[in-house]
Design a protein around this ligand. Structure first.
Ligand code: T46
Length: 135
């Protein structure tokens, strides 16, 4: 599976904690976009797509959620519940996010600007794509 968990360095002192993320250091790509989701309603499952080019790091900066990942051959369920840990997801991975706690804030660092044409939103087309067929 083309995913990896990264533990970020924590800068803590008696005031509390701070985490710094820099392009090409903690983050293995140039960050072109940051977005985050919060106030996700109970029972909501979102995502249901893969990307052709985009690489991302998902960080649950508050609360918790689950990430379902699928590379067309195997699936894995990954809990995200720590602000000092990021989940790298490469392109061509189907993802779904679920089980958001009421206080969950899921922040995403992205390697590209928003581009709807980069999304594969149909699961059958995703399977064709990872098997090397054209969409
Ligand atoms: C991903 C998972 C983890 C924008 O206008 N700009 C943006 O940068 C993004 C990400 C979204 N939007 C708009 C497009 C939709 O009208 O925000 C709305 C919700 O986006 P979407 O339905 O794509 O959200 P999710 O939660 O299904 O997926 C998002 C990202 O889109 C996706 O790249 O990997 O989070």
């Amino acid at each position: 599976m083309e995913t990896k968990m990264i533990d970020f360095q924590k800068h803590g002192d008696d005031r509390g904690m701070l985490i710094a993320l820099e392009t090409t250091k903690e983050v293995p790509f140039e960050i072109k976009r940051v977005y985050y989701m919060y106030d996700t309603k109970p029972g909501v499952r979102r995502g249901f797509h893969a990307h052709k080019k985009l690489n991302q790091i998902l960080i649950c900066t508050s609360g918790s959620c689950m990430i379902h990942l699928d590379n067309g051959k195997e699936t894995v369920e990954v809990p995200l519940n720590r602000p000092d840990r990021g989940l790298c997801i490469s392109s061509a991975i189907w993802r779904e996010m679920y089980n958001f706690s009421p206080d969950a804030v899921l922040m995403v660092l992205a390697s590209e600007l928003y581009d709807e044409s980069d999304y594969i939103r149909d699961y059958d087309k995703f399977i064709e794509y990872v098997n090397g067929k054209k969409e």
